[in-house]
Design a protein around this ligand. Structure first.
Ligand SMILES: O=C(O)CCC(=O)C(=O)O
Length: 310
């Protein structure tokens, strides 16, 4: 089996290349979009994928889904509650980038990494991990209201972000994502079980925040993405339509993020990182390095981290 985590760049040709800082600029958000993200804790409706890319990722996702058992060893995680109760729980897994070259390459694509760099406020963007959320047609599985960082407290300080890329039309009917505007300023709430009830987090919400808990739906077209802050509360309802609702989700962090618990690997199969050490290495590549691109317009020189991985 190929060790895709050792390749810190494209394996195939499915996504545009950016070999200079100017190339990357083409994919930047407007100042108004960046301001909206910081105000609300999310930004929706950003076109990321072309129709052919959506079709290819969808085809490859179906292959992973059908061959799930053969990929179990390589994937970081398939939601345990889904394996126990597939009719009740959304199909959710982590690590597609380790088993498929398109899912690998998308994490390095500039239409993803350029906005991430702007929204995180960093010139070097580090990949954290990926996820897939897959709601089959007529499926009652929900995604409980949660903050992403509640699952990530072993990687600090918090400077993390998520991009949720739609492979299908997402609407109220098929369980589109909902965000609670402004909740990125609420501080960290406790982690809730993925396979549990939609409203589990409400038991932990301080009284003064309850009136502000007003989720807004974020419908979207295939190929569009939304970005959200690691503390923005979000979740989604079941799929009441005859269509699937699939999303490819990529998580990034600042380049100086450190491990705060060296007692076990951050993700299954990933080498142990000592407490206090930088989170880096094969599994946590720098997905965009604007300083390196600025210094080397042709993109031919390689960062020490990249060289180590080849
Ligand atoms: O797609 C969904 O319903 C949930 C996605 C999610 O939790 C995320 O993008 O972080």
């Amino acid at each position: 089996m190929a060790e895709f985590q050792r390749v810190h760049g494209y394996i195939q040709d499915g996504f545009p290349r950016a070999s200079s800082a100017d190339d990357v600029k083409r994919y930047e958000l407007t100042p108004e979009q960046v301001a909206r993200y910081h105000e609300n804790g999310f930004l929706a409706g950003v076109r990321i994928l072309e129709p052919a890319q959506i079709a290819e990722l969808s085809r490859r996702l179906e292959l992973i889904r059908r061959g799930l058992h053969e990929h179990m060893d390589r994937l970081y995680e398939v939601e345990a509650a889904y394996l126990e109760r597939p009719h009740d729980v959304v199909f959710h897994f982590l690590g597609a980038w380790l088993v498929d070259p398109w899912f690998h390459d998308i994490i390095f694509s500039p239409q993803v990494t350029a906005p991430i760099s702007q929204l995180l406020g960093v010139r070097r963007v580090r990949f954290w991990h990926d996820q897939v959320f897959y709601k089959p047609p007529r499926h009652r599985g929900v995604v409980p209201w949660h903050q992403d960082y509640s699952y990530w407290t072993r990687a600090a300080p918090p400077n993390h972000i998520t991009i949720n890329i739609l492979l299908d039309d997402a609407s109220l009917e098929n369980g589109c994502l909902h965000y609670v505007p402004g909740s990125h300023r609420w501080g960290l709430l406790p982690k809730v079980p993925f396979g549990g009830s939609l409203d589990a987090v409400m038991d932990h919400l301080p009284e003064h925040l309850k009136p502000m808990f007003k989720p807004v739906p974020v419908p979207g077209k295939p190929g569009e993405a939304s970005f959200h802050h690691s503390h923005t509360v979000h979740g989604s309802y079941g799929n009441n339509s005859d269509r699937p609702r699939r999303a490819v989700v990529l998580n990034y962090m600042g380049p100086e993020t450190r491990c705060v618990d060296g007692s076990r690997p951050l993700l299954k199969g990933v080498p142990l990182i000592a407490e206090g050490a930088l989170i880096e290495g094969d599994y946590f590549p720098i997905a965009l390095d604007l300083d390196r691109l600025a210094a080397s317009p042709q993109g031919i020189s390689r960062s020490p981290e990249e060289s180590r991985s080849s």
